[in-house]
Design a binder for this molecule. Structure first.
Ligand SMILES: Nc1ncnc2c1ncn2[C@@H]1O[C@H](COP(=O)(O)OP(=O)(O)O)[C@@H](O)[C@H]1O
Ligand SMILES: [Mg+2]
Length: 440
């Protein structure tokens, strides 16, 4: 550091600490007189625990009421009492990042969940960040292999593309994410598990991701029992970690399961701070943080973050407010269909309802032509399926429907894939073009 910079640093260092005192606790919120702070600042609340002695509880400034600072804690409210000291840090939440995090499972504050200490040599980054400038974002023009036939073949994903996976519970989201994490050609996975039950987190890591997948992944887990603020921060922390590796020029894969739970956590915070409920009880701040979060991924001048965000849809209602907002922000959506899962067609991707908005720009013309042809045949079959099933369709009435009937089992067979069977993009495209040419 140059002497001038150093001097500037010294003059700017606060020479005194700012303190306040807890005056009231209402529900999940802590009110305090002081310290002088701004929204998003982290404060340390000093408490005296009967069992553990002096403790610091971290909380974030979420609002003001007249002269009073309103804080929300990252952990439980236990041991907070009237008069507790509230120390301002004048900084937003920071986490430590570096290569050493690869293979680790972290909490929303970037600390290893197993209680181990983070290695030295990591650097501090803020969890809140700005999306890349739209003018310096390179366009997406390369495909990214994810190793899932239905996606690589029919819904090709670009390096830096952002896609939503829309599904009800138990239709195969976690299994699909695990498959992508193990098979993809991305350099590294960052996986945020938000609002899942503890058992699901363990199942995902042990069964869906496996030791091979974990070796090339960083996991951030905020389970459903954690305070709302931790569940929100989990999403921001994972995004900040992905950004750190993108800045090094890597092609990162970010997966967030689920962005609906992040929205629900923000709704909890919004309602607790007195926001009015708007659509389906979701408060306006929910619709404000979604683009702030989802626009941070994608490409920038250094590298890329390809992102998969899962969205829970109850009873296939794709128009519920969160699904609708998320779909509008992203560059594609993959719909998992319970009917397919019930039939045992896995991964249960409904290709007719799914779209990759970039496929036509990035895949080869032969690949696009083959995928379009199969999609049309599949669509023709789906449109006439009821007639065919009740025997009301007579073979020979339409050459197109006849061909669709002949193709349907072949396409279905092409789309099926065991969750432990990786298939390369090359193999997928070969199979697809052969199938479209009439070779079976
Ligand atoms: N690719 C697959 N192959 C076979 N079974 C699958 C596959 N994907 C999902 N399943 C079945 O569906 C169940 C639920 O899947 P999961 O990925 O946990 O769903 P979600 O995360 O959407 O709740 C799994 O336990 C498994 O039995
Ligand atoms: Mg799951």
């Amino acid at each position: 550091m140059k002497a001038v910079d150093l001097l500037k640093h010294i003059t700017e260092v606060p020479t005194f600490k700012k303190f306040g005192r807890v005056s009231r606790v209402v529900g999940l919120m802590i009110e305090s007189h002081g310290p002088a702070s701004s929204i998003g600042d982290v404060c340390k609340i000093h408490v005296q625990s009967t069992t553990q002695g002096h403790q610091e509880i971290l909380a974030e400034v979420v609002g003001f009421k007249d002269e009073i600072v309103v804080l929300m804690p990252f952990t439980s409210l236990k041991d907070i009492a009237i008069g507790c000291l509230v120390e301002g840090t004048n900084k937003a939440l920071e986490i430590q990042v570096g290569d050493e995090l690869i293979g680790k499972i972290l909490d929303s504050m970037g600390r290893p969940i197993d209680g181990s200490i983070l290695p030295k040599g990591l650097i501090s980054v803020q969890t809140e960040g700005e999306p890349p400038n739209p003018l310096t974002r390179p366009p997406i023009n390369e495909t990214l292999e994810v190793g899932v036939k239905a996606i690589d073949g029919m819904l090709t994903v670009g390096n830096g593309q952002r896609i939503g996976i829309f599904a009800g519970s138990g239709v195969g989201k976690s299994t699909l994410l695990g498959m992508i994490a193990r098979n993809t050609k991305a350099d590294l996975n960052v996986i945020a598990l938000i609002g899942e039950r503890g058992r699901e987190v363990r199942e995902f890591i042990e069964r869906d991701l496996g030791p091979e997948g974990l070796k090339r992944s960083i996991i951030v887990a905020a389970t459903s029992d954690q305070p709302a603020l931790m569940r929100i921060k989990g999403a921001f922390t994972a995004t900040a970690i992905a950004e750190h590796f993108r800045a090094q020029g890597l092609n990162v894969m970010l997966m967030m399961d689920s962005v609906t739970r992040v929205a629900m956590a923000q709704r909890e915070v919004g309602l607790a701070t007195g926001e009015p409920p708007a659509q389906k009880g979701y408060t306006p701040s929910v619709f404000a943080i979604l683009p702030k979060l989802l626009e941070r991924t994608g490409t920038n001048e250094h590298g890329s973050i390809t992102a998969f965000y899962t969205v829970l849809v109850d009873g296939d209602d794709m128009n519920e407010p969160i699904a609708d907002t998320v779909r509008g922000i992203l560059d594609g959506h993959i719909v998992l269909d319970r009917n397919l899962a019930n039939k045992g067609q896995y991964p249960a991707i409904n290709v007719l309802k799914s779209v990759s908005r970039l496929m036509n720009h990035i895949a080869t013309p032969e690949h696009v032509a083959a995928a379009t042809k199969l999609r049309e045949l599949y669509y023709t079959y789906a449109k006439n399926e009821d007639l065919i099933n009740i025997g009301a369709y007579k073979r020979g009435s339409s050459a197109e429907v006849d061909l669709a009937i002949q193709y349907e089992p072949l396409i279905t067979n092409f789309l099926k894939q065991g969750f432990m069977d990786p298939v390369s993009m090359e193999q997928t495209v070969n199979e697809l073009t052969t199938l479209a040419r009439g070779g079976m």
